[in-house]
Design a protein. Structure first.
Length: 389
């Protein structure tokens, strides 16, 4: 990767004038940082000719300190005094009332590159809000840390949710700027968009820094502390739809997974024998401090990535899940739908109920994946005109 500059860096370098003479709202969080590690909030609020009126925050809040799934309340930002409006509380989409004193929104959040990562849904709702309320939307673009790789199935309409809002595959391989243009055009959202492009990125997967001039990993959410976490997140996040701990509440979330009834050596041996491309597994014991099986000793494995470019997220995830159900059929379960929903959470993650049903019927994983090849190829072709890098 050549010298990387985010959309924010390029805004600072010569495009700031276009934000003048407008009442601005900023949709951001702790990942909105310049290469000098200064926040978008501070940069815009300190600029004398920029009128920053209010802040909007996604899941985890503007400052990134809320836990996964926690409702975030509106409040005042203690540093700037600006009102912070939560887009992960009672409202996940900005209303006309929230936007009535604004002329434009600026969006600056680092994505993780997956359909069910909620920052993407916040972006999509923001585009809808701007189109409905005649506000211009400036998107300060950032790289996709998982690169251009495409994987998975397209969300079926009846399984649309906040973790699968639009018909995208599991890994879409696009930046937020590209996704915004795709959604705006394909679904006639009628927003006036301007993407401030990043530079120095041509679709590569994020690389760990080798010097102080390189790009550093800023955890996009509390449970993705390292890039190695992001590498396994597309795999182990699927376990959130089961009663298996995905390692939340440990120092290695999403790298570790397990449960009190699992014998680590047996599970690691079974998964090693599957010879999943690019992955290795080692037996571990852990006690989650939060989330599933809190305070209980769990046996399980750690996922180790040996060759990231060879990893198939879906192949690996579904193979792991099938193995768990085979080894522990009495203990391993799908989480039941909550009282206010008829949908299994696993089905919402997958965007369909067919995967769960086919696993229960002992379908081969590769047969499940083959069912999606045509729609994935169609999406790959349709996204071409929206790629900016």
């Amino acid at each position: 990767m050549s010298k990387y500059r985010s959309g924010l860096d390029n805004l600072i370098a010569g495009k700031m004038d276009q934000l003048k003479d407008q009442r601005l709202g900023l949709v951001t969080n702790h990942t909105g940082l310049s290469s000098n590690l200064e926040s978008t909030i501070d940069i815009l609020s300190k600029e004398p000719e920029i009128n920053l009126v209010k802040l909007f925050g996604p899941e985890h809040g503007v400052r990134g300190n809320a836990a996964a799934g926690d409702k975030v309340e509106d409040q005042l930002d203690s540093k700037t005094g600006l009102k912070m409006i939560s887009l992960y509380g009672d409202n996940k989409k900005a209303s006309a009332e929230m936007l009535r004193d604004l002329d434009a929104l600026v969006f600056d959040i680092q994505d993780l590159g997956l359909r069910f990562y909620t920052y993407l849904s916040t972006l999509l709702y923001t585009i809808e809000s701007c189109g409905e309320n005649d506000l211009k939307l400036y998107i300060l673009d950032r790289l996709n840390p998982l690169g251009r790789k495409l994987e998975g199935n397209i969300v079926q309409p009846e399984f649309r949710s906040f973790i699968g809002l639009y018909p995208l595959p599991h890994r879409h391989g696009m930046t937020f700027g590209e996704l915004a243009q795709w959604a705006n055009q394909e679904f006639n959202l009628n927003a006036e968009l301007e993407v401030i492009k990043c530079s120095g990125w041509q679709g590569e997967t994020f690389a760990e820094p080798e010097s102080e001039d390189d790009l550093f990993w800023i955890p996009p959410s509390p449970a993705v502390p390292h890039f190695k976490t992001a590498q396994v997140y597309p795999i182990s996040c699927m376990l959130e739809g089961t009663n298996i701990s995905e390692g939340r509440g440990t120092a290695n979330p999403f790298e570790y997974f397990g449960a009190p009834w699992i014998e680590p050596e047996l599970l690691s041996r079974e998964l090693e024998n599957k010879k999943l491309p690019g992955l290795r597994f080692r037996p571990v014991y852990f006690i989650p401090a939060a989330s599933k099986h809190q305070g209980q000793e769990c046996g399980g494995v750690q996922i180790l990535v040996s060759e990231e470019e060879k990893v198939g997220s879906y192949l690996s995830a579904l193979t792991i899940i099938k193995t768990l159900f085979k080894l522990y059929p009495e203990e391993t379960e799908w989480l039941q739908p909550p009282k206010d929903s008829q949908k299994y959470f696993f089905d919402l993650l997958m965007g369909t109920d067919q995967v769960r049903k086919k696993i229960d019927q002992d379908y081969a994983v590769r047969d499940i994946l083959a069912d999606w090849k045509r729609e994935l190829d169609q999406f790959k072709e349709s996204r071409k005109e929206y790629l900016l890098y």
